[in-house]
Design a protein around this ligand. Structure first.
Ligand code: SF4
Length: 295
């Protein structure tokens, strides 16, 4: 995307940091002067790590890896978070927009197939600014927005044209679960609207002649124990509301992390049977692009 367009987007987004409403929490704090809301991040983005990553979905990884940049802090508060130190304790280095642009350019120089922004939601103003500076210096990789699904449509609209591939989680569609495990009773409505907007912007996942993703939507759903992730509702929503050709990664790797031990019903891994039931339901609902590395 044109560097000037990105710069205008960044300016509008950064203006909103003065009474932050970037994500659905709408904390209203003045992050531009260093105040912090639920995400725990102030005026500058904090980066935990970056580099080629080979554990992502095959269309992102290809031969050379997906160029992940892990942003510290998070606006969701998942009790089962696998990256507690990064998401809740905000471990990492504060970076300027120039430094962030340098990281994006380094990822491209490393030969990665894409720039994979991990947990970007609360850092969208800084990311837009960094992308603008990088674009002015020739950055051209597809941009992956790898998020928890808890996104404001108003913020996503600012990202239109800047993001090529949306990769949201769709964690649950039952407000009782999202309230209990993420302190976000509005997660189901917010995530449904967000994924509809993402699908409108980029459509189904498109790949090039080598099978590498170039544009589109890729949804992740982590199957949780005892039906805690409302998996059938998630699959029904995708099949009926977005499209049976939606690329869906049905993830089997749930482990009780973070504070999950405080919740007995999710303090165990999922069973093989639970995951197979989820896979079989997705197939029965006609989902045609199921990433099922679990089996
Ligand atoms: S981005 Fe952070 S400060 Fe802003 S509304 Fe979201 S959680 Fe609150």
């Amino acid at each position: 995307m044109d560097a000037n367009v990105l710069e205008r987007k960044a300016r509008r987004l950064k203006e909103r940091l003065r009474a932050c409403d970037i994500c659905p929490r709408r904390c209203g704090v003045d992050r531009s002067s260093g105040e912090r809301g639920t995400c725990g991040i102030g005026a500058r983005a904090v980066v935990a790590s970056w580099g080629p990553h080979f554990g992502e979905e095959a269309p992102l990884v290809g031969r050379n890896g997906s160029g992940t940049v892990f942003f510290s802090g998070c606006s969701l508060c998942c009790v089962f978070c696998q990256n507690y130190g990064i998401s809740r304790l905000a471990e990492g280095e504060e970076v300027s927009a120039e430094e962030l642009a340098g990281i994006f350019l380094d990822v491209e120089r490393a030969g990665c197939h894409n720039l994979n922004l991990v947990t970007p939601t609360h850092a969208t103003p800084q990311i837009a600014e960094g992308l603008g500076l990088a674009a002015a210096r020739g950055f051209s990789l597809p941009v992956v927005y790898n998020c928890g699904g808890y996104e404001r449509v108003e913020t996503l609209r600012e990202l239109e044209g800047a993001v090529d591939i949306y990769m949201p989680d769709l964690k649950f569609l039952d407000p009782a679960f999202s309230a209990r495990y993420c302190d976000a009773p509005d997660y189901p409505d917010i995530a449904r609207a967000a994924i509809r907007e993402m699908a409108r912007q980029v459509g189904p996942l498109a790949v090039d002649g080598k099978g590498i993703a170039v544009r589109g939507l890729l949804v992740r759903h982590l199957v949780m124990p005892g039906g805690a992730s409302s998996t059938k509702e998630v699959i029904d929503f995708l099949a009926d509301g977005i499209g049976r050709d939606t690329y869906l990664n049905l993830m089997d790797q749930y482990r009780p992390c973070g504070e999950a031990d405080r919740f007995p019903e999710i303090s165990r891994p999922i069973s093989r049977k639970e995951w197979e039931e989820a896979r079989d339901y997705a197939l029965a609902r006609g989902m045609t692009r199921l990433d099922r590395r679990g089996g």
